[in-house]
Design a protein around this ligand. Structure first.
Ligand code: FA5
Ligand code: MG
Length: 382
C-alpha cells in the first residue's frame, strides 16, 4: 500500500506529466514539521543508534577494503531537481517526481528523496568508491517502518576493465555487489535470514533489493544494482572502459533489526530512556521497551475528493498529531453503486512513545484531524 517512490517492480510506471507535477500543488509543499527536521543530523550524533550503525558500516568497508571507500556525511539535503532526478536518468514522467511523493522547495530544488542524488556529483569529483550518508525526505504513508524523514547510505564503486578481465563486466559487478552486501549483513547481524528480490530502478540495471526477516516479516533494507553505463560515461572521467555497482540502504531499517527497535518514530525521541540505552561503538544493545502505553484507535470516514490522496491525508494527520500518531490505515473502501462516489475510512492509531495520553487530548487531536481533512482536502465527512 505504500507509494514506495523509486521502484515499482511489478507495476508499470504511472504517468505523471511534468506540467501536472508543477501545477497540481503549491511549488513549496514542505510543511513546518518537516522543515523543522532539517539540520537535526541524527547520523552525526555519536551516541545515537543511527550514527552507531553508520559507523559500523563504515568500519566493515574499511576492514575489508582498506583505503578504498571515501566517506561523505555532510552533503546538504536541499538539492537540485537535476541532482535528485535527471542526473540519474529518472524519466520526466516518473511517479517519484510528483508533488504527492516529493517535497519541493521551489521549482528547481527539492529535499532529496534519496542519497542517490549525490551519485553523479561525486563521480564528477573523481570519486571511484564512496559511501555517502544523509537525511532523506519523502511524502509517504505512516507506520512503524515508514517515516517521512529517514536516513540512507549510498555506496558506489567503479571498476576498471582489468579488474573483470576474462569475465563479463556486468556479471562481475553483480556478483561483487552481492558478496559485499551479504558480507555486510553478516558483519552486522551474524546469522540472519535474508533474500534477494528483483527490482527496478531507472539508474541501475539489473536491480535488486535485499530483504531481512524481522519480527515475522520480510523487511526491505536496501536497493542496489549495476550502475547504468550512461551515468558513468557522463560523469566519471576514465581512460578506459569502466563498470560499477551502487546501493542505497535505509539506516533506520538496519538499526531496527540490529538493536530490535520496534518503531521508527523512536529515532526522533528526546526521551533519555531511549537515548541512554545506546553507546558509541556498542553493537550489542538490544532495546528494552519502557512502559508501552496502549494505543487508542479513532476512525474517520469520508467521501473522497479530487484533492484527496493517501499521502496528503497522512501529511495532514502528521501535521496535526506529529509523533503521537503511530499508524494511519485504510480499513474500508467502497463505491456507492448508484452515485459512483467513493467512501474511505481510515483507522488512526494514537500512541505516545513515552507517556500516556488522556482521552481529552486524543479527542481533541481527532477533531482537529477531521476539520483539517474537510478544510484542506475538501472531503465530505460521514
Ligand atoms: C532508493 O532510494 C534507491 N535510491 C536505492 C538505490 C541506490 C538503488 C543505488 C540502486 C542503486 P528505495 O526507494 O527502495 O530505493 O529506498 C531504499 C531504502 O530506503 C529502502 O530499502 C528502505 O530501507 C529505506 N526506506 C524507503 N522508504 C522509507 C521510509 N519511508 N522510511 C524509512 N526507510 C525507508
Ligand atoms: Mg525499495
Amino acid at each position: 500500500h505504500h507509494s514506495s517512490t523509486l521502484q515499482h517492480a511489478s507495476e508499470p510506471l504511472r504517468a505523471v506529466s511534468r506540467s501536472d507535477v508543477m501545477t497540481d500543488s503549491p511549488v513549496n509543499n514542505v510543511p513546518e514539521n518537516i522543515f523543522g527536521k532539517i539540520g537535526t543530523d541524527l547520523h552525526l550524533k555519536p551516541n545515537h543508534p543511527l550514527c552507531i550503525i553508520k559507523s559500523a558500516i563504515y568500519d566493515y568497508f574499511e576492514k575489508n577494503y582498506p583505503g578504498t571507500f571515501k566517506t561523505f556525511d555532510d552533503r546538504k539535503p536541499v538539492v537540485t531537481l537535476n541532482a535528485n532526478f535527471d542526473s540519474i536518468l529518472i524519466p520526466e514522467d516518473h511517479i517519484s517526481r510528483s508533488s504527492n511523493d516529493t517535497f519541493y522547495v521551489d521549482n528547481v530544488t527539492c529535499l532529496r528523496c534519496h542519497t542517490s542524488a549525490h551519485q553523479a556529483e561525486l563521480l564528477r569529483e573523481g570519486q571511484a568508491a564512496f559511501l555517502c550518508t544523509g537525511d532523506v525526505y519523502r511524502r509517504d504513508t505512516i507506520d512503524s517502518t515508514h517515516y517521512p524523514v529517514f536516513h540512507q547510505m549510498e555506496g558506489l564503486r567503479v571498476f576498471e576493465s582489468h579488474e573483470w578481465s576474462g569475465q563479463d563486466g556486468t556479471d562481475f559487478c553483480l556478483s561483487d555487489l552481492k558478496k559485499v552486501l551479504e558480507g555486510l549483513a553478516k558483519h552486522l547481524f551474524g546469522d540472519v535470514q535474508m533474500r534477494w528480490v528483483e527490482a527496478y530502478f531507472p539508474f541501475t540495471d539489473p536491480s535488486l533489493e535485499l530483504e531481512i526477516f524481522f519480527r515475522d516479516e520480510w523487511l526491505e533494507v536496501l536497493g542496489s544494482g549495476v550502475v547504468q553505463q550512461e551515468i558513468l560515461q557522463k560523469n566519471y572521467t576514465a581512460s578506459g572502459d569502466v563498470r560499477g555497482w551502487a546501493f542505497g540502504l535505509g539506516l533506520e531499517r538496519l538499526a531496527m533489526v540490529l538493536f530490535q527497535i520496534p518503531d521508527i518514530r523512536l529515532f526522533w525521541t528526546a526521551d533519555t530512556r531511549f537515548l541512554k540505552q545506546f553507546k558509541q561503538g556498542d553493537l550489542t544493545t538490544r532495546f528494552k521497551p519502557y512502559s508501552k502505553f496502549p494505543p487508542v484507535f479513532k476512525d474517520v470516514a469520508f467521501w473522497t475528493s479530487s484533492a484527496y490522496t493517501e499521502n496528503n491525508l497522512c501529511e495532514i494527520v502528521r501535521t496535526v498529531a506529529g509523533d503521537l500518531v503511530e499508524e494511519t490505515k485504510l480499513i474500508d473502501d467502497f463505491t456507492h453503486p448508484k452515485t459512483g462516489r467513493t467512501s474511505h475510512c481510515y483507522r488512526i492509531a494514537y500512541r505516545s512513545p513515552d507517556r500516556s495520553m488522556t482521552d481529552e487530548e486524543i479527542n481533541q487531536l481527532q477533531d482537529e484531524v477531521r476539520s483539517s481533512l474537510q478544510e484542506k482536502l475538501e472531503v465530505q465527512l460521514r
